[in-house]
Design a protein around this ligand. Sequence first.
Ligand code: ADP
Ligand code: MG
Length: 698
Amino acid sequence: MDLASQDIKFLPGVGPRKADIFDKELGIKSAEDLLRHYPYKYVDRSRFYFLHEITAEMPFIQVKGQILRFEKVGEGHNLRLTAIFTDGKETIELVWFKGVKYIIDKYRTKVDYVIFGKPSPFNGRYNIVHPEIEIASQLPPPEQMGLQPFYNTSEKMKSSFLNSKTIQKIIFPIIQQIKSGIPETLPAYILQKFALLNLTESLINIHFPRNANLLNKARQRLKFEELFYIQLSILRLKNWREQQSTGFVFSKIGLFFNTFFNEYLPFELTGAQKRVLREIRIDVASGRQMNRLLQGDVGSGKTLVALMTMLMAIDNGFQACIMAPTEILATQHFASLKEFLGDLGVGVALLTGSTSKKDRVVLHESLRNGELNILIGTHALIEDTVQFSNLGLVVIDEQHRFGVEQRSKLWKKNVTTPHILVMTATPIPRTLAMTLYGDLSISVIDELPPGRKPIQTYHYYENKRQGLNQFISKQVEAGRQIYIVYPLIQESEKIDLQDLESGYEYMRETFPNYKVSMIHGKLKPKEKDYQMQKFVSGETQIMVATTVIEVGVNVPNASVMVIESAQRFGLSQLHQLRGRVGRGAEQSFCILLTGFKLATETRKRMEIMVRTNDGFEISEADLQIRGPGDMEGTQQSGMPFDLKIANLAQDGKMLEIARNVAMDVLNEDPLLEKNENRVLATQLRKLKTNTLNWGSIS
Ligand code: ADP
Ligand code: MG
């Protein structure tokens, strides 16, 4: 029987109502889906522990012994039940906050029980809250209990009695059913080459591990399979794209590019900028459509690379545009491009939500008749009224801020899809890039322009504020400018705004002789612009802001970035914010302010920030701390398939291998037509119909 077409509703212990919950909560419909719902952890029930062995780090343990007595403490809502449990030598307290009556009725003294739970330290001793209790004589001997799986469930599932235990019971008969063998999903030659466990054994052991070794092998096999199919799918898409997508040919390097390079460029390009420009040049001359991701740390000079790529387009008779995520950033791009280009004679215009109707009419016209070479703007560029005469290149800045939908609208602005250059200052760890953007070409600017002094970062507790104020004052006296950034989280916008405003008042009181600007997302664009301009021109010395200044803002004279409540920011955001300083010749500083009480993870974040300025190192650390699911950019970009068992933070090596195997397979057999690869084509089709359309990541 085909497991994929076996509706779980007919499985013993499921029925229509539970089937419905499975589907809604976990997307599980068939017996096969259920088989692929792997446990997220296992606990060792292969031995009994003694109470004297307990340490704080212990996961779930089981202990054999008896209950000595029960004791009720407190009343009403605060009622709790404790039981003193002994293993014959020592005692431990078992605690219940719920179901007190049930527990007292059910369990008694002088009976041998096996208790199972997680010990937690309490008042200098350990207790176990809500342990599982079983009668010892009714359990198989521990050697036969082995590793017990734990399955993810939701609150909703638990309230319908679909807990981990029930799931295990529901899966059990399916495992019996597959014992005679199910069709393999990897070709035999791959299984052999990497000594992988076959699918049947893997599925049996992932749910009911016979021993730790087999569990490990099962995990390896299933992880490999998962990563391999993702890579196979991405690489096929990449191949397909490279064959299918004809692109505009920018055949020549012409007058604009050369004149700019020889006469206008105010500095030498860095080695990395040159290399990336060469990579781009090859793409745009190839006759295929470019789809390139440009990664580079804040301040690495991506804008200039974008500009020079646009000049290539213009030299070949095409128009180009840049889409930026915020108005501030678009405006800034506009200003810096104008400055770079001087009187070169390139037509540049800015289009944002606050461009007036009158200006729009003129702009639309000059865009259509081709007078305008470069259009810079926010998502206002996407609007249907914006029509180019011949759009050849689209540059997208800070890519992760745009949804796939938004971006793809831009490609449609010409009959042939324009070349696409996506820029991001949030470096993505290699494993993530290979997975999320595996179908794109990737360029990396891994070198900062010369003469930059590394930003010095310090983590201060609140009580250092006096000293910090003196420091700020010194910096301003030396002619520098200061950013003070407050967190802004949607849910508590009101409170945050109060924080920001009182921070603003505090700065004005503390520094009556200096001028202070304030920017936040609730301001009208005009007002934001006005405040920003005052800071850019140096009229104000201190800028109190929310993260609206995070992206791209360039004020080279600003040398101090103070981040208030730094614990509320993620690593990549902290790094982005820090990147607002260190843009001029002076030594710059970043001060992370937090309270004393910090979670371990937060402390780690602060330490990493203090230790390194390298965005790639930071993103790698971020991946390790938070795991791939929470990394910025992953949600919108969307994984081709959800990862069920592999972990991009930990399985980088295996991912690399899986990618190489997928490449080899496709090199030998691009269309997966060979007999031994049939299974790959079939499985790929199956996986794809089960997932969203993700065909155009960028
Ligand atoms: P990014 O967008 O990558 O964060 P920018 O393009 O804003 O960085 O560049 C940061 C600053 O460095 C800008 O002021 C830019 O003019 C300057 N810059 C770019 N390339 C170079 C270079 N090769 N040498 C010196 N300065 C450069
Ligand atoms: Mg930039």
